[in-house]
Design a protein around this ligand. Structure first.
Ligand SMILES: [Zn+2]
Length: 198
């Protein structure tokens, strides 16, 4: 019926999947493939597959591509460290942690700072949070390199960021949701004295 070239379907990024560009080609009889290009995963599929089969193929291909590209993705430690540097330059007079990294094992804290070592870890759980929330937690941990406790001097630093009240509200709502679901809300105290992550 239609002789037009198969349309390119674009799907925006979600919290858990990157942006997709799906090409369906009548010339591609059997194989499906995917490749990352900038922040978009380009998926090529044979034309005319059942919808469920398409979705199964897409999920598998995207999992492969994002797994392989994780080192260079927005969720890499390098990206997190760059973000921390931008925030520190803007709000904390350019202070630097010795390292900033994601932690997949951190469940009871959003982030932690070990001032003695100058290291910061951020819970991988926040990888899907809005960016202003991630910024807030990064700034919180960076501020501990300047002020150890959670006193007035500490909050003065956080208040330099205009999104602090909004991010605090988001985290409160998130914690309330976790409590309602029967899971423990992250602890208030995020300072680590000995380098051990609880
Ligand atoms: Zn703290």
């Amino acid at each position: 019926m239609t002789a037009a070239a198969p349309p390119v379907e674009r799907r925006p990024a979600t919290a858990t999947t990157p942006a997709l560009e799906i090409h369906r080609s009548p010339r591609r009889r059997r194989s499906a493939s995917a490749a990352a290009r900038d922040q978009v995963v380009v998926v090529r599929l044979p034309l005319g597959l059942p919808r469920a089969e398409e979705e199964r193929l897409i999920a598998g291909l995207v999992g492969k591509v994002t797994g392989a590209a994780r080192a260079g993705s927005r969720n890499s430690d390098a990206t997190l460290e760059r973000r921390a540097a931008v925030l520190a330059d803007r709000y904390l007079d350019g202070i630097r942690a010795t390292s900033v990294s994601w932690s997949s094992r951190m469940r009871r804290r959003y982030g932690s700072c070990t001032p003695a070592e100058g290291t910061i870890r951020i819970s991988r759980e926040l990888a899907t949070a809005p960016s202003y929330v991630l910024d807030h937690v990064l700034l919180h941990e960076l501020a501990h390199l300047v002020v150890p406790g959670h006193g007035p001097a500490f909050h003065e630093l956080l208040d330099r960021h205009p999104q602090t009240p909004r991010a605090t509200g988001w985290l409160e709502g998130y914690a309330a949701g976790r409590l309602a679901a029967g899971t423990t809300a992250p602890a208030e105290d995020d300072l680590v004295d000995d380098g051990a992550i609880g």
